[in-house]
Structure formats: structure tokens, C-alpha cells
Design a protein around this ligand. Structure first.
Ligand code: HEC
Ligand code: HEC
Length: 300
């Protein structure tokens, strides 16, 4: 209600609400007749002899209507609803939400703080901490990485030993805190369709996939000229740049020739959002511990 720029709409809403209530009151009053004389008939007749009396509403029914009127008046005094009036209780859904959040913060902060002071592998070994971390993960991370953290095309699997940026505790925490931006440039314009196909065959040969060996030979040269700055001379990747190892069986996209060609031709831009500011260090610490536990056997 406070969002209206002019007071007119408040008055309009209040007027409508007031008039509706008055109208209900009027209808009730005008029907509030007790039967005095003999009951008349409506004059409608069905099935030859079935006639209808013109009786007033039963009392209990009428009282229900009075009850609703009283209820709405009391409600509008206590709660917001009458134009921009806030109601005597000062209740608002935003206020209730803030109060619940504050209560939860007070309840869980000591727990989070306890874990924040511990090393990540130690937190990861604590079943209660893992359970709390999993709840956070399902809330904030599952939409991209999957609730089982197995990932999807373009979203890394966090349960294996393959890391683009690094899987040691500190690096995982840095990734979650600040996010990551992976940039694989487009090589289509530089290498041309044939060149891309050659280098794609070379890339596939690195992990033992079917390839044309002549193309792979030419591709190896192109790779040394264009790709080693990021993927390294042995194509084993550079974690500092998030450039993946191209010699293993793990693929962020897919290993088929068409997808590899697409990656090299168009490049890839991939972003992991940062959560440090949004969640605060204690929750990020717990999340990092949970992620660490997924690929390290901490459940001793
Ligand atoms: C909007 C989608 C999205 C959300 C939400 C998201 N991530 Fe990510 N995450 C990504 C993408 C995309 C990458 C891969 C970035 C790249 O290509 O290097 C990634 C990468 C990572 C990595 C690095 C993996 C590696 O191989 O080094 C970790 C760790 C990670 N995410 C953890 C998390 C956690 C924990 C959360 C929840 C707090 C989360 N992510 C939420 C999209 C997301
Ligand atoms: C500027 C650095 C850079 C250069 C140069 C570069 N890449 Fe990449 N490459 C990346 C990054 C970063 C990613 C990860 C993209 C992502 O996370 O989405 C990547 C991803 C890939 C992938 C996908 C791997 C997968 O798991 O699906 C392939 C294939 C690839 N690069 C091949 C090449 C080839 C071939 C060249 C040379 C023609 C090349 N790259 C040059 C940075 C680079």
C-alpha cells in the first residue's frame, strides 16, 4: 500500500472497503425482520401442490452474517488491509520473515561459528556438519550441480577427483567464496573448420578416443601453437585458469567429436557465482567442508 505514489488510491481502497461493509450492513438490517403475522406464500407452485413460504432467514444464519461483519471490522483494526493503515499490531509479512530469520540466525550462529574455527577436513569428518552442509548445498547449489552434486553438461561433478580449479580445501573455499569465471576463447575464426577438426581429433586422441591419426598429427602442431598457454604443453590443464585437463576421461561438456568441435569453434564462457557476501564465511566454510567430503573419504 505504501507503494502508491499519490494518496488517492489509499482513499479509493478505503472508500471501497467502507462502502462494501456498509452495504452488507444495510442488506442485513433490511432483512432483519421477525415474523409477526401469518406466513405468506410466495405464490410459486411446483409439482402441482408444492408451495414456498416467504420465511425470514433463520436466526443462527443471520448471526453468522453479523459475525463476519464484526470479524472484518476487528481484522481491519488489528491487521493491515484498510488502505495504507498498518493495523494496531504493526504486523507485516516482511516483519515476520525478518523476525524468523533473526531467530534462526541466533539459534544456528553458535553452531556455524564452532565449525568455522575448525579445519575443513575435520569439519568434513563430522556427520552433523556434513548434514548441515548438505542442507545448505541442496538450497543454494543443487539447481546447478544437482542435489547429488554429480553436475550436468557445463556444470562440474563435485564428487570425483577431477577439478578444474583445484580440490584442496582452501581452493574449494576460494571457489565458493568468490566464484569462478572460465573463458575458453573461440578458435573457429582462427583455425578454420579444417583446423578445428584436426585439433579436435588430436584432443580426442589424448584420452584414447577414436580419431583420424593424420588429422591428429596436424592437430598436435596446432595445439602447441594455440592451446598450451592455457591447457599446458601436455594438455594436463592449468587449475589457476580453470582450464581442464584434456587427457583424462572426464568431460565438462561431452567427448563426442561434434561437441569437442563446437567447444573449440565457439569457445565456452562459464560462470560459477560467488557466495561469500551472500552467505557469509561461516556457511561457506561449512559448504566447502561438505564439498570436500564428497570426493574425500572423511567418514571414518
Ligand atoms: C548458477 C549455477 C551455479 C550455482 C548456483 C553454483 N555453481 Fe558451482 N559451478 C558452476 C559452474 C558453471 C562451475 C564451473 C565453472 C567453470 O567452468 O570453471 C562451477 C564450479 C564449481 C566448483 C569448482 C569445480 C572444479 O572443478 O574446480 C565448486 C567447488 C563449486 N562450483 C561449488 C559450488 C557450491 C558449493 C555451490 C553452492 C553454494 C555452487 N557451486 C553453486 C555453477 C554453479
Ligand atoms: C585462454 C585460455 C584457453 C585457451 C587458449 C584454450 N582453452 Fe580450451 N578451455 C579453457 C577453459 C578455461 C576451459 C573450460 C571452460 C569451461 O569451464 O566451461 C576450456 C575447455 C576446453 C574444452 C572442453 C573440455 C571439457 O571437459 O569438456 C576443450 C575440448 C578445449 N578447451 C580445447 C581447447 C583447444 C583445442 C584449444 C586450442 C585450439 C584451447 N582449448 C585453447 C581455456 C582455454
Amino acid at each position: 500500500m505504501a507503494d502508491f505514489v499519490s494518496g488517492f488510491w489509499n482513499m479509493y481502497v478505503m472508500g471501497l472497503v467502507g462502502l462494501s461493509l456498509l452495504f452488507c450492513l444495510f442488506v442485513l438490517m433490511s432483512n432483519n425482520k421477525r415474523e409477526t403475522g401469518p406466513v405468506e406464500l410466495h405464490g410459486h407452485v411446483w409439482d402441482e401442490n408444492l408451495a414456498e413460504y416467504n420465511n425470514p432467514l433463520p436466526r443462527w444464519w443471520l448471526y453468522l452474517f453479523w459475525g463476519t461483519l464484526v470479524f472484518s471490522a476487528v481484522y481491519l483494526v488489528i491487521y493491515p488491509g484498510f488502505g495504507n493503515k498498518k493495523g494496531v499490531l504493526g504486523w507485516s509479512s516482511a516483519g515476520q520473515y525478518a523476525a524468523e530469520m533473526k531467530a534462526a540466525e541466533e539459534r544456528y550462529a553458535p553452531l556455524f561459528d564452532k565449525y568455522k574455527g575448525m579445519e575443513i577436513p575435520a569439519v568434513a569428518a563430522d556427520p552433523e556438519a556434513r548434514a548441515a552442509g548438505k542442507r545448505l548445498f541442496v538450497t543454494y547449489c543443487a539447481q546447478c550441480h544437482g542435489s547429488d552434486a554429480h553436475g550436468a553438461k557445463g556444470f562440474p561433478n563435485l564428487t570425483d577427483k577431477v577439478w578444474n580449479w583445484g580440490g584442496d580445501p582452501a581452493t574449494i573455499k576460494t571457489t565458493i567464496t568468490g566464484g569462478r569465471m572460465a573463458m575458453m576463447p573461440a578458435f573457429g575464426p582462427i583455425l578454420g573448420a579444417e583446423g578445428v577438426k584436426d585439433v579436435a581429433n588430436y584432443v580426442r586422441s589424448l584420452s584414447g578416443l577414436a580419431h583420424d591419426s593424420l588429422r591428429a598429427q596436424r592437430g598436435a602442431e596446432l595445439f602447441q601453437q594455440n592451446c598450451v598457454a592455457c591447457h599446458g604443453p601436455e594438455a594436463k590443464g592449468t587449475p589457476a585458469m580453470g582450464a581442464p585437463n584434456l587427457t583424462d576421461e572426464d568431460w565438462l561438456y561431452a567427448s563426442n567429436e561434434a561437441t569437442v568441435i563446437e567447444t573449440i569453434t565457439k569457445g565456452r564462457t562459464n560462470r560459477m557465482p560467488g557466495f561469500g557476501e551472500f552467505l557469509g564465511e561461516a556457511k561457506v566454510h561449512l559448504l566447502a567442508s561438505y564439498v570436500y567430503s564428497l570426493s574425500n573419504n572423511t567418514t571414518k
